[in-house]
Write a protein that binds this ligand. Structure first.
Ligand SMILES: *Cc1c(COP(=O)(O)O)cnc(C)c1O
Length: 424
């Protein structure tokens, strides 16, 4: 598999280099030079998740990794299902929260850990990542206990749910977590600065594990196929997919699935009040506002770092960006929507509810709608219980961590401090 840096197309790497490096020169994102067109889609859709995903990832990654190795990586990563649930006529939820940390980031995080363990050289590796909540948990759990891989996770202090924090800041071992005095964009900026520091990068074998890493996106491609496989052929014909978006990695993966030939008619990018993209698509100006805190905190991102990949894929396929519908949903609207969904017999959480709402507003007659449910409702227990006036039992995975003490360090939003911490 060949990839190029979107900012500097002359910088070309293979899959192993892209996985190890994360980002290219000038913080440029890697993008596949070729996305093959699969012409056996119906055959693929008839296969079980793991087997189908082995074939899809094999087609994307190519001969660089042996079939045997790849099959093992996929089998170890995809250990849980992604069921589609019917919410009402023509509207389906793709539940991506049945993994160990109850969020869709388990797919990308676990596959990335497998990929890195496969392509790593002999040197020491430090995974440095910023999280607005769920990436951290997925990455921590995916890498926990892997030999010679240290993990450092930055997150905005007091801006993620207490349960989210418990899930990944209680592991210890090769997992260190740091609460930064700032917001998610600050954490993301610190990570980018670290990657720009050649000396530091070299000294600790820096590697990113957020949605920037291409292996995560490739893994996520697979569940779009899984969703289609659970719908009838007629339903797949006019399929519209609504993606609750923060850093826009999930949407990028969906667009790659479409490039591969999966019949998805169009995508909807749903956001919370951090509406840089819907404003950009409406007005043509890229004008990020300060990040605001919302109920759907994993989407509190005003500078979505995967956006250049979205534009690249539209450009490469000759698709028009005007075909991408994008809309922001406020917190009060999110609350109303959660109650509406509850009336229909479906208990959701704020991220999925945003995707459902924009889908419902935009779905045309004759279309089938699918929205992505990116987290288990219990991960947002406080808000869901308050809004829906119900009690949500804590799933066993969360409850276990909830009993443990937090092991995080605290830090100012200051790169010099972070650097010293990483080198210590
Ligand atoms: C990360 C996250 C999102 C946003 O996904 P992106 O790929 O960053 O757009 C949405 N919902 C939940 C629950 C998340 O954790």
């Amino acid at each position: 598999m060949n990839l190029y840096n979107i900012k500097h197309p002359e910088e070309q790497v293979n899959f192993a280099q892209a996985v190890r490096q994360g980002l290219g020169k000038d913080q440029g994102l890697f993008f596949p030079e070729n996305i093959p067109h699969l012409d056996n889609i119906d055959e693929l859709l008839a296969l079980p998740l793991v087997e189908r995903s082995q074939k899809i990832l094999g087609a994307l990654i190519g001969e660089e990794i042996s079939t045997e190795q790849l099959n093992t990586m996929v089998k170890n990563a995809f250990t849980f299902p992604a069921p589609v649930a019917k919410v009402e006529d023509n509207v389906y939820a793709l539940e991506l929260f049945h993994g160990p940390t109850l969020a869709f980031k388990d797919f990308g995080g676990r596959f990335m850990a497998q990929a890195l363990a496969t392509v790593r050289g002999d040197g020491k590796i430090t995974i440095l990542t910023a999280t607005s909540g769920d990436t951290g948990a997925a990455v921590a759990h995916a890498f926990y206990g892997l030999e010679n891989i240290n993990v450092v996770i930055l997150y905005p202090k007091g801006k993620i749910s207490p349960l989210q924090e418990k899930l990944f800041c209680t592991l210890g071992g090769n997992i260190r977590t740091v609460a930064i005095n700032g917001d998610f964009d600050d954490c993301q900026a610190l990570v980018k600065q670290a990657f720009d520091d050649a000396e530091l990068r070299q000294a600790i074998g820096l590697n990113s594990a957020n949605s920037i890493n291409i292996s995560r996106l490739l893994a996520q491609v697979c569940y779009y196929f899984e969703a289609a496989s659970q719908l009838s052929k007629t339903e797949r014909e006019n399929l519209v997919v609504s993606v609750p978006s923060g850093n826009f990695g999930n949407l990028t993966a969906g667009l790659i699935a479409k490039s591969l030939g999966l019949p998805i008619k169009r995508f909807i990018a749903s956001t919370n009040a951090n509406d840089t993209v819907p404003r950009y698509l409406r007005e043509g100006n890229w004008n990020p506002h300060a990040t605001v805190a919302t109920l759907s905190n994993a989407m509190d991102v005003s500078r979505p770092n995967n956006w250049p990949r979205v534009e690249e894929i539209f450009k490469r396929n000759g698709w028009a960006l005007t075909d991408l519908h994008s809309e922001a949903v406020t917190d009060p609207q999110t609350e109303d929507t959660l109650r509406e969904m509850q009336d229909k017999g479906y208990v959701c959480e704020p991220h999925g509810a945003i995707a459902y709402r924009v889908l419902k507003q935009d779905l045309q007659p004759g279309e089938t709608g699918l929205f992505l449910c990116t987290a288990h409702p219990a991960k947002f227990k406080e808000s869901v219980e308050r809004i829906l006036e119900i009690e949500l039992p804590l799933p066993a995975a969360l409850d276990k961590h909830n009993q443990l003490p937090l092991l995080s360090d605290e830090m100012e939003n200051d790169f010099a401090t972070l650097k010293a911490y990483l080198l210590a």
